[in-house]
Ligand binder design. Structure first.
Ligand code: CIR
Length: 264
């Protein structure tokens, strides 16, 4: 446990970044075009509840203002990977998202030394999963081999380990797997066969509740997307305290719970 009460490696956080969406959200990227049907007011209400939940868990949030130039800006996770020592500002895989990182960098700079990835490769924070001290980096439609290797080198320079995992389906690695504790993950069974999870307890998300695999574990509580009762029960049976949060409007733009914040 550090002086500020955080214990990064046990998913205990005291600070975070969020960015409430504006009307631009209907122009967000979405694989099935559903973002155009987002109810922005409802999205803002859902975001406010998400913020309240994090604050209720003792996390002090920095709010980055929405920017009409960046329809996907609320998905802050993709722009920044927090390591215990530094904040890595990523090179997001979608060209329309490249400019989002500047305001996130400005918000984080007073709190962490900044390291910007080069433009040699691409990497979305949604592909970076930390299991205790090992970072699993997904190679996906958004994160390419160069980006994954570059982040891997940065992770090593900062005293941790990494492994690259292929993401054959879904947007990001964290769309399918969530670390809940240093020895436990939640996820889709098709992803949990990777050797990184060999000695790890697994809570399997049923295939018909797939969006529930993207959850947030923070300060002893698991925040799960609302509407997935079987996943919730499995978590509670395993002893986790659970809070459900409705993110239906963000799901229309392929967003999950983790992507709406960066915590440390
Ligand atoms: C995108 O396609 O980039 C956004 N519409 C959704 C990003 C979701 N990010 C995440 O799960 N980390």
């Amino acid at each position: 446990m550090r002086k500020d009460g955080s214990d990064f490696f046990a998913y205990r956080y005291t600070r975070g970044i969020v960015r409430c969406p504006g009307p631009e959200l209907t122009g967000a990227l979405s694989r099935n075009g559903a973002a155009a049907a987002i109810d922005v007011e409802q999205a803002r209400t859902q975001h406010a509840r998400y913020v309240k939940i994090l604050e209720g868990l003792g996390i002090d949030l920095i709010h980055v203002p929405a920017d009409p130039a960046f329809p996907d800006g609320c998905f802050v996770e993709d722009t920044c990977v927090m390591l215990p020592q530094i904040a890595v500002i990523t090179a997001p895989g979608a060209p329309s998202r490249r400019g989002e990182s500047l305001s996130v960098q400005q918000a984080v700079a007073p709190h962490r030394e900044i390291r910007r990835m080069t433009d040699a490769g691409t990497l979305d924070g949604g592909d970076v999963l930390r299991l205790a001290r090992t970072y699993l980096i997904g190679r996906s439609g958004r994160t390419n081999a160069e980006g994954a290797e570059e982040l891997g080198r940065i992770v090593k320079q900062n005293g941790a380990d990494y492994r690259i995992v292929d993401v054959a389906q879904g947007l990001h690695l964290k769309s399918a797997v969530t670390p809940l504790a240093p020895d436990t993950v939640l996820g889709l069974s098709s992803f949990l066969g990777d050797r990184a999870f060999t000695d790890i307890k697994k809570i399997v998300v049923p295939e018909d509740e797939a969006p529930a695999a993207c959850a947030v574990a923070a300060n002893g509580t698991v925040i799960v997307a609302d509407g997935f009762p079987e996943t919730r029960q499995r978590l509670e049976r395993a002893g986790f305290s659970v809070i459900a949060c409705d993110i239906s409007e963000f799901a229309k733009a392929d967003g999950g719970l983790t992507c709406l914040s960066v915590l440390w």
